[in-house]
Design a protein. Structure first.
Length: 363
């Protein structure tokens, strides 16, 4: 029997993970899906005179990950991109790092991962096979570990991105069904990520596998519609900002979304990005409305509920609710979703589906 139940949504832009052990409350983890080769060398000068960062030892290589990457190096950054990324070595690395940082050291893990709806039917068997190679064995070592962590994946389940989010509305944190009618009739689920946007229609909570290949929109996420336009605007102000990348913009957007501080600090300059963020997220909301809500779903006519998830959900929710009214579900009004941020919904729902499966198997 599995020691841990884990669900990891390793997207193009960020990796969201949740982990449950026994009766303990689930723990969550997030970091950008980026890494760079590191040495871990030190000059021995101490933390007051020397940059401190974490690293990971992974099958003969040492990497720095997440936001530390931007602080340590701007060369040879590796982002989780490309059509073959799902289930590959980098994907497995992101999952393993997240689980290690959530506290997994050994034992058996029941793992749930996700694939874009547009390629789900094609790649889900391959993803499952890749994660279970070598009997599902994982070896990883974090900075400070006295010995290598080793665990096995007992079972690997692959879901289309978005299905986990839908599960949050019908399952509680114990994997038990919740009585409500959120998914009754036709429901549209918009998963707004960093690089892609997934648009799924469910009927009475069920999705149509034949329609999945048309559900993923490439280059329709925050990167093209928010991060890149803001970066171009900043670079146009001065040559001093020529070395900035979308990763710098991403850090500021995330810190602003959580703490209200949208100030970019670089090279002695301080630039308030909030006016640019507001300008481009309203434009992005309009693009989604014109191309997806109206262009694909006919203004949501006949649709009972619209669920917004992903890292871009909070960015556009206000405008979409203004334009489409109460069809946009307010997760904060429901006891089993009000504490879940939209960026965590896929991962949290995947965990709840795993717990439900465990209960059903045990009778």
């Amino acid at each position: 029997m599995a020691t841990y139940f884990a669900s990891v949504d390793a997207g193009n832009g960020g990796t969201n993970a949740v982990l449950a052990k026994g009766r303990s409350r689930p723990k969550r983890y997030y970091e950008p899906s980026v890494r760079a080769v590191a040495t871990g060398d030190t000059l021995g000068l101490g933390k007051d005179l020397e940059l401190q960062y974490d690293y990971v030892d992974w099958y003969g290589h040492r990497y720095v990950t997440g936001d530390d990457v931007i602080r340590v190096t701007r060369r040879n950054l590796e982002h989780h991109l490309g059509t073959n990324r799902y289930g590959n070595e980098f994907h497995q690395f992101l999952v393993a790092v997240a689980l290690a940082k959530l506290g997994v050291t050994e034992g058996m893990v029941d793992l749930t991962v996700f694939a874009p709806p547009g390629v789900y039917n094609e790649i889900s068997p391959m993803m499952q096979q890749r994660f279970l190679e070598e009997g599902g064995l994982v070896n990883i070592r974090l900075k400070g570990d006295k010995q290598t962590r080793a665990w096995r994946y007992e079972q690997v389940t692959v879901w289309p991105e978005g299905i986990g989010a839908a599960a949050c509305y019908i399952l509680d944190d114990k994997g038990e069904f919740v009585e409500n009618d959120i998914l009754a009739g036709e429901t549209v689920l918009l998963d707004i990520g960093v690089y892609t946007l997934d648009a799924l229609k469910l009927v009475d909570g069920n999705f149509n596998p034949e329609a999945l290949e048309h559900a993923t929109w490439e280059d329709a996420g925050l990167n093209v519609h928010l991060r890149q336009p803001i970066l171009r605007a900043i670079k146009a102000q001065s040559d001093e900002f020529g070395s900035l990348t979308v990763d710098d913009i991403d850090i500021v957007i995330r810190q602003g979304a959580t703490g209200g501080d949208y100030v970019l600090r670089t090279g002695g300059y301080e630039i308030d990005l909030l006016p640019l963020v507001d300008k481009h997220r309203e434009r992005y909301a309009g693009w989604i409305a014109n191309n997806i809500c109206d262009g694909v779903f006919n203004g949501f006519r006949g649709v009972r509920s619209v669920i917004l998830v992903g890292g871009g959900a909070d960015m556009v929710e206000g405008w979409l609710r203004e334009w489409y009214g109460e069809k946009i579900v307010d997760r904060k009004k429901l006891p089993h979703t009000r504490k879940i941020h939209p960026v965590d919904m896929n991962a949290m729902g995947g965990l709840r589906l795993g717990l439900m499966r465990q209960k059903q198997a045990s009778g």
